[in-house]
Design a protein around this ligand. Structure first.
Ligand SMILES: NC(=O)c1ccc[n+]([C@@H]2O[C@H](COP(=O)([O-])OP(=O)(O)OC[C@H]3O[C@@H](n4cnc5c(N)ncnc54)[C@H](O)[C@@H]3O)[C@@H](O)[C@H]2O)c1
Length: 400
């Protein structure tokens, strides 16, 4: 039987913003002809200019030749007409994160493309099943979730909806792997792997800050102290506050709120007022010139209070919550332990897979930490995962 995808498969990308323009480059660099569609002509022009700029820099750095750049860019057609997607074998949608708008685009696309064309969404927080539910042929639909920037981040989460054809999902996974990406298979649940498991990195750190736990200083010095603890003692590339400022507090807050609502207000994911106030003040982070920290020219970053004992306790509180989340995702079969660890190291650059970290610390130690927090606060937020408790009882490990 003819394989579903080959280098000759034309790839359509809908939405030429941050993600869509990156995904188009990835597919073109892998040898596909690409049609990049956006309904706003300004967005198309910006994407074309950004592509040219990116490749010009790569040429200057000697990472690519001018001929290679011309060959790759000549494979991309830029358009504001959805009808130009007619010959696509796969369309990846990366438009605005709005269920109704996405459903309406896919309904239009189904009137344009042939029946074998595979349709996918790059949604970060919407249910894949709900987007696909409106399609005439929902079995051809799935989630393909790239990370920002799509050209550089290796991880791609592959998310079948309830109606997706299994063979098609396997074929898509093989295709994206052939683009040099690392794929993980995830159940269609809020936040998939990365945006769910990473919640406590931000949420628990903010909570520690709000409490002034262990006399963490108030204001930016407290945030710098927590950032330092997780960087220096945990090996995380960035601390939570500096990372939130990089991601954008508006985006991070929306993801937190969406995951919390979709989990029927589970207190483990409850957003914080501190972050909400940042958004209300338009202190989005680096992109707006200020967030938790000040990024104005000449601004001096606050000094952390470098107490190693406190830093170790901060790390273990945040890490226990992260491991609990990873273990729970495993317990509910959201993904395999290997894929959960792969997702956190390749999608958000964690220094180690959380389940491997748990194996090193021992599940009993993590449960002890969580039980102590639950005892202290009497909050469900700190309940240990059933799986973690079972592993602690039986002395088991996630990895051989
Ligand atoms: N930015 C991230 O870090 C990130 C990471 C992973 C996934 N995502 C997801 O990717 C998708 C796109 O996010 P983004 O950050 O690239 O957004 P963006 O705002 O940068 O780009 C969205 C683009 O879609 C276009 N658009 C809007 N409605 C359209 C329509 N009906 N038809 C055609 N084009 C339309 C807009 O003109 C814009 O150019 C969202 O679903 C988002 O959740 C974003």
């Amino acid at each position: 039987m003819k394989p579903r995808f080959s280098n000759a498969t034309a790839i359509g990308v809908a939405g030429a913003g941050t993600m869509g323009s990156g995904i188009a480059l990835v597919a073109a660099a892998a040898g596909h002809s690409v049609v990049l569609f956006d309904s706003f002509p300004g967005a198309i022009d910006r994407a074309r200019a950004a592509h040219a700029g990116t490749y010009q820099k790569l040429i200057e750095k000697g990472k690519i030749t001018a001929d290679e750049s011309t060959a790759i860019l000549s494979r991309i057609v830029y358009t504001d007409q959805p009808k130009d997607l007619v010959d696509s074998g796969l369309i990846i949608e990366a438009i605005v994160e709005d269920l109704g708008v996405k459903q309406s685009l896919f309904t239009t696309l189904e009137t344009i493309v042939s029946d074998p064309c595979v349709l996918a969404s790059n949604t970060s927080s919407l249910s894949v099943t709900s987007i696909g539910g409106e399609l005439r042929l929902p079995s051809r639909f799935l989630g393909i979730h790239f990370f920002n920037p799509a050209t550089l981040m290796p991880l791609v989460e592959i998310i079948p909806g309830l109606q997706s054809d299994t063979e098609l999902v396997n074929d898509v996974r093989a295709l994206i792997n052939s683009w040099g990406k690392t794929t993980v298979l995830v159940k269609d649940t809020p936040g998939f792997i990365v945006n769910r498991v990473a919640r406590p990195f931000y949420g628990e750190s903010i909570r520690i800050f709000e409490e002034g736990w262990l006399d963490v200083p108030e204001g930016a010095a407290g945030m710098a102290t927590i950032d330092w603890a997780l960087r220096e003692h945990g090996g995380f590339r960035m601390g939570p506050f500096e990372l939130m400022d990089l991601i954008g507090n508006d985006i991070n807050y929306t993801v937190t709120e969406t995951v919390w609502k979709q989990f029927y207000n589970d207190p483990r994911y409850r957003p914080s007022l501190t972050q909400k106030r940042m958004v209300e003040a338009k202190r989005y982070g680096r992109k707006s010139g200020a967030g938790y920290y000040d990024y104005a020219a000449g601004a001096v970053l606050p000094e952390p209070d470098k107490d190693p004992v406190r830093a170790a306790r901060i790390l273990h509180r945040v890490l226990s919550m992260l491991i609990n989340e990873a273990a729970d995702a495993c317990y509910f079969k959201i993904a395999s332990p290997a894929d959960i660890d792969l997702a956190m190291t390749k999608g958000v650059n964690y220094p180690k897979g959380l389940l491997r970290w748990c194996d090193e610390l021992g599940a009993a130690q993590v449960v002890k930490e969580l039980e102590a927090l639950r005892e202290e606060y009497s909050e469900e937020r700190y309940r240990p995962s059933v799986l973690l408790k079972r592993m602690a009882r039986e002395g088991l490990k996630f990895h051989a």
